[in-house]
Design a protein around this ligand. Sequence first.
Ligand code: F6R
Length: 255
Amino acid sequence: MRILYAADYNEMSRKAANLIAAQVILKPDCVLGLATGSSPLGTYKCLIEGYEKGDLDFSRCSAANLDEYCGLTKDNDQSYAYFMYENLFKHINIDMANTNIPDGTNADAEAECKRYDAAVAALGGVDIQLLGIGHNGHIGFNEPADSFAKGTHCVALTQRTIDANTRFFARREDVPTHAYTMGIKTIMSAKKILLIASGAEKAPIIYEMAAGPIVPSVPASVLQLHNDVTIVADAAALSVLLEKAPELVEGAPKA
Ligand code: F6R
């Protein structure tokens, strides 16, 4: 695991985008594993700029997203399909037919999870998987558990997540209670993994992920077992690691 220092969110975003850009340049028909949330927004902006400048061509790339809420259609502004279209896909020249995301409208969870695993496998696997990290160490929707979930599966959202999402929906009954997510095995099968983190509230979990034991109660700790993981995190997110294990961080200014 390599852990690269960035001064702030913007530098984290530029570094992460440069690593993804390198993948697209070196392998124009690569498979990009993508994430939603606030962490990747700056990275996606930088990739869009790279495309607009003529430096990046996504026409032969494919994409596979980590997760999607159950029950939401692609045009629902809370769906991850909508997020990806609005924040990346519509701004670059990726062929939408080559983008993949679990189908939240398929009520048959078993069939949908099987279909999604087969779709990712048919792409030949993910070349570079972009990840954010939850405060509790979740990656995708793989929440702390007693064991590592393997393939794509359906998760029941915690009451805390459901309550937090209520503000985005007109009616409480419209708030999703379940989501489909790639499993830990699917994520770990990516050839390269790039995890980004920003902000002091991520600092304790970044330390646990990188320097703590590998346990399913901290799902991201499993990344220590992958042989090509790069973490790009900003100074605030690295603050605990820099204090307790500074030798693990590359590029930090000398104290
Ligand atoms: C998003 C996802 C989540 C987020 C994580 C961090 O597709 O799978 O695991 O990466 O919750 O979210 P942010 O970036 O909003 O802090």
